[in-house]
Design a protein around this ligand. Structure first.
Ligand SMILES: [Zn+2]
Length: 66
């Protein structure tokens, strides 16, 4: 069971959002620099839910898009 991802909260682009599944969890990234990482059991659903709540973690500092 997976959760569909919303478009990026920063650039609004859906096609730029990429899912990366790792051994330890799930990482959701966007080409604009936004990212969301979860390393837990049920990481997949939690990462998607966190992303969809539009509360991304800025990992690359302030960036201007567009
Ligand atoms: Zn973006």
């Amino acid at each position: 069971m997976s959760i569909d991802l919303e478009p990026c909260p920063f650039c609004g682009d859906r096609d730029s959002v990429t899912d990366i599944f790792t051994r330890d969890g799930r990482k959701i990234v966007c080409r604009c620099g936004a990212s969301m990482i979860r390393f837990q059991p049920n990481a997949s659903e939690k990462a998607a839910a966190a992303w969809n709540r539009r509360a991304p973690i800025r990992t690359v500092g302030e960036r201007h898009v567009g």
